[in-house]
Design a protein around this ligand. Structure first.
Ligand code: FES
Length: 143
């Protein structure tokens, strides 16, 4: 039997989503497993079906490290205690590209264990040390 987004949304709705965050997370994980990531149209469809804002689902996706939007780049900003200017970088990204940019997903992640070279970021799996606004602009605007 072929996987169907509407059936999955309906099934997890019957399990308590979106009020039950465990059910909602399970839906997002299933969508990701079936699609290799979570497509924007799936976020829109789930938000519409559950009567919640897309921003709520996008915030959940950002908060859970194993979840990722499909067809977008992934920017991870170290938020460990020893990376200098980490907050500034996250604020710069939000101020420049908004809270829900379409081209990339932003995650603040725990210490990357390279504190002496910080601030550290990872863009699509590639680690960058001593990251600054110019590097972020270069990476994000060249996609
Ligand atoms: S705090 Fe950023 S690498 Fe450790």
């Amino acid at each position: 039997m072929e996987w169907n987004l509407d059936e999955a949304i309906s099934y997890y709705g019957s399990q308590g989503a979106p009020g039950d965050q465990t059910a909602l997370t399970a839906l997002l994980k299933e969508i990701q497993r079936e699609n290799g990531g979570i497509p924007r149209y799936a976020v829109e469809a789930a938000a519409r079906a559950y009567g919640v804002k897309e921003a709520l689902l996008l915030a959940l996706i950002r908060r859970i490290p194993s979840l990722r939007l499909a067809d977008t780049h992934l920017l991870e900003i170290c938020c460990g205690p020893n990376c200098p200017r980490k907050r500034n970088l996250a604020e710069f990204v939000e101020k420049t590209w908004g809270t829900n940019p379409k081209k990339f997903t932003v995650k603040q992640v725990p210490c990357m264990r390279l504190c002496g070279k910080g601030p550290n970021i990872r863009w699509d799996g590639t680690l960058y040390h001593q990251a600054d606004e110019a590097l972020l602009r270069k990476l994000i605007e060249n996609v």
